[in-house]
Write a new protein. Sequence first.
Length: 375
Amino acid sequence: MTSHVSLSAGDPAPWFKQRTDANPRFSFDTVAGRYIVLCFFASASDPHSRAAIEAALARRDIFNDDKASFFGVSLDPSDEAAKRIADRPPGVRFFHDFDASVSALYGAAPIDAADRTGPVTAMRRWVIIDPTLRIIDVVPFAPDRSDINAALSLVEKSPPPASFPGFEVSAPILVLPNVFDRDFCRALVGLYETHGGEDSGFVREIDGKTVGVSDYAHKRRRDYTIDDKAIIDRTKALVQRRIAPEILKVHQFRATRMERFIVSCYDAAEEAHFRAHRDNTTSGTAHRRFAVSINLNDDFDGGEVMFPEYGMRSYKAPVGGAVVFSCSMLHAVTKVTRGRRYAFLPFVYDEAAAKLREENNAKLGDGVPVYQAGR
């Protein structure tokens, strides 16, 4: 018996990775912060499907990556081979879902579609998603093609993404002044200026392993790793005394562990920035629970932390102050346009997460240091 996933308004939109023209493993969760329209059209050779695609292409005023993005989902390999579809950024892209894995997640193909051989029976539909990646509506294809206008009108009439529920919302974060005093901030900046920093990459999951990569279009930053035990112990003590109690009060989470002791520098001369990402999406980072961003100076422009799922507002903590947020939240650091932003950027977690971190050592790629929970 064939079964399908049933999704409706209010359900979280399933996350996935799938191929587009430009990216062999496009991470769907990174598109939060705007309305998303997924159009499961099956094959662009079908007249109704073609009409849906053409209607989306005609509304670049909506599909511009600011208010909304359109993602067509093809099950037909000949769409690509015959060049019936092609990404047209900003705003319009296509997933080559030839294994039906994405379609199955959204009820547009049977749950076991990936295990079948031969053609898959498609249930063509539009899925409209809000900026926090929750479903607004599912609009099935209709014989009279009224679905096209229904889906596009819904997005057109929606409020700006920053006020998608009907009013502006704030990111669910903590902003805590006075975590470090100014003298300690100056001392940490001095460490960086004395020793300098090294290019800071990021990690991705590739073939089941957490590996380090570098891409200046995604991230540009330099880090100095603190090796002075007295300084490390002082940062631990201050975070445990001044940040952990707030995390416990607001989130009922008891942070007992701390990772990464670095002074980071975002330099305007390098157009330093960090594009939207989450901090716990690989085996080597899955243990991370909360990120802490402590500003060590304020004589810079840009370099603010923003959370696209909750609007375009950005946050700049005062000197010695911290922005604290869940590692699961999509966030970015805007480009520094003047001066240098110095920051102390640890992660905190608990004993259960420490065990997970140690268990995941087997999934670390070359060059990624292993961890012992007993340390």
